[in-house]
Design a protein around this ligand. Sequence first.
Ligand code: AMP
Length: 281
Amino acid sequence: MIIVQSISKLNAEIEALKSARKTIGFVPTMGALHKGHIELVSRSVKENNCSVVSIFVNPTQFNNPVDLEKYPRDLNRDIELLDKAGCDIIFAPEAKEMYNSEELNNNFEFDFGGLDKVMEGQFRPGHFNGVVQIVSKLFKLVQPDKAYFGEKDFQQLSIIHRMVDVLNFRVEIIDCPIVREESGLAMSSRNERLTATQRKKAVEISKVLFESRNFVPKLSPGELKNWVLEKINAVDELEVEYFEIVYATTLQTIDKWTTPAVGCVAVFCGEVRLIDNIRYK
Ligand code: AMP
């Protein structure tokens, strides 16, 4: 496994792989890796000749400077985990390698077709502009045959599919299921910021989501939304930012049960913002 920090070195590596007609699998991450990330990497290792993992805490997708500052970072541990998982190339650039000052200070423009107006997009203005900005740059550099993304970030995945479609990237996007802890809590780098007590409380998020499935289709999506809001908000230290039951492709809220329907939630556990989602139909 090699660790690359500069674009010029990455270009040389990718050119060599392309001339040798090797297939490239790519997993973009922000580091502080856990089993959820490693699932994506293992799948890439199985399905491609060479796997590239990027580790880059992308400043342009953080609308909250405190969240950016407190985002967990542990490059040495990440390197160890990726080596074990069979990764071939880690790309871990500094922000100045990826962006000039104009790019850092202005919102990247992209036609989201409305996918950025709801849920994460509504509560984290500019977030998806930053996501598309960095993922499109990384796709141009890495030129992957396949790229692996987690369904944990359900809205992000829809936006990545649209980005590939609109910008004509020649890459296959592989959707990977959410990896959870035994307790049901969706794995997230941000879980590291929870205290032991908060972690126990955060388990209630997935518990309520799983339980909510039992009420489909007896309760309407609107009624189920209220039930989920009440149940999660009743837990001390948990505060729901949004919970929406949406049509999986358009991300528009539904008022009658249709397939595929997904419930997406963002919850503050103390100061830490967690997201999760569940498929209903
Ligand atoms: P991040 O480092 O949080 O930007 O995540 C990098 C990739 O890993 C994204 O495609 C995420 O959706 C995915 N990911 C993060 N957590 C999980 C999880 N618990 N299960 C599956 N995929 C995940």
